[in-house]
Design a protein around this ligand. Structure first.
Ligand SMILES: [Zn+2]
Length: 313
């Protein structure tokens, strides 16, 4: 009886049965041919009515449909199982088997889209990978970024977090920036803490052209999308102190007069021209009443520094 350990048995054959007359290449060819035949038989059997199928079966892996549903917005049905599947490689034109195990990994670990299937064999994929590694900025980066964006569509699990953390230290800034945006899509407590951490690190070591500077811009942009009310004061501090945190104006501009009045009083006393200069921009976007807006304008128009007065216009 052929059972779940079939793949191991096959590898066992490879090492155990070593006819001297056969070269390693010939043996591999033979194993490949056997695997292909088995996959073809399997596909035939799967076309038979379900009562005629024997379970468990070699070349079959059960699908975790709950997990699949989390990463796939599809109206189509999700699979109950994966079965070894023969396919013709797009590059070398040879027939290969996409094993049930590989499919399970692709859909459930790599979160490949449910409509995607293998189009290249392992060795052709490896060749392509080597080629794109030699030319960074090409396919690999765009694939990684697409993965990061896809992760942002679902609530994160431990694996997704690992992936984002790895991406945050990728050698390509584009991948890091996309990972930061994904944190903004998640917007849960952990993502929020991570984004704030990036911002605070950036504020300390901000230099134009540095990664810290890019990270800071990306993180404030991501935070603008997911900032809870409880973090408004924190966002205000960042926004007043850092001239590239312009995106934070969005959550801030939703704040009412009761939020801004004490801020104006405090900043007026502090009298830091850079900070005061930024305030009218936010104030004019707040939903405060006309009378309130007028009061703030009159105040700023009375400032001794021209650049603060000019910020009102
Ligand atoms: Zn190939």
């Amino acid at each position: 009886m052929v059972a779940l350990g079939d793949a191991q048995d096959e590898r066992g054959d490879e090492t155990r049965a070593k006819p001297v007359s056969k070269s390693g290449k010939q043996r591999r060819e033979e194993i490949k041919r056997k695997r292909l035949e088995r996959a073809q038989r399997l596909q035939e059997r799967l076309r038979a009515p379900s009562h005629a199928r024997a379970w468990p079966d070699a070349g079959i892996e059960p699908a975790d449909r709950e997990l699949l549903a989390r990463y796939n917005n599809t109206y189509g049905a999700l699979p109950e199982y994966y079965a070894d599947r023969p396919f013709v490689c797009r590059d070398c034109g040879e027939e290969h088997v996409w094993t049930a195990k590989q499919q399970k990994w692709w859909y459930e670990v790599a979160h490949g889209h449910i409509d995607s299937t293998a189009v290249r064999c392992t060795s052709c994929r490896r060749k392509r990978r080597a080629a794109s590694d030699a030319h960074p900025g090409g396919r690999l980066v765009s694939e990684l970024c697409a993965r990061m964006r896809a992760l942002g569509d679902a609530a994160p699990d431990a694996a997704a977090w690992d992936e984002i953390e790895r991406a945050l230290s990728s050698k390509w800034w584009g991948v890091r920036v996309t990972a930061i945006a994904t944190l903004g899509c998640w917007g849960d407590a952990r993502a929020l803490a991570r984004l704030k951490d990036i911002v605070e690190t950036g504020l300390v070591s901000d230099r134009w052209g540095d990664w810290a500077h890019e990270a800071l811009k990306a993180a404030t942009k991501a935070l603008a999308e997911c900032l809870p009310e409880s973090e408004t004061s924190w966002a205000l501090e960042v926004w007043l102190g850092f001239r590239y945190a312009g995106d934070l104006i969005r959550p801030l501009s939703r704040q009412p007069a009761s939020f801004w009045d004490p801020v104006v009083t405090r900043e007026w006393r502090r009298n830091d021209a850079d900070r005061l200069q930024r305030l009218p921009w936010a104030l004019s976007r707040s939903p405060a009443s006309q009378a309130c807006q007028q009061q703030w304008r009159t105040l700023f128009m009375g400032h001794p520094l021209a650049r603060v007065r000019q910020a009102v216009e």
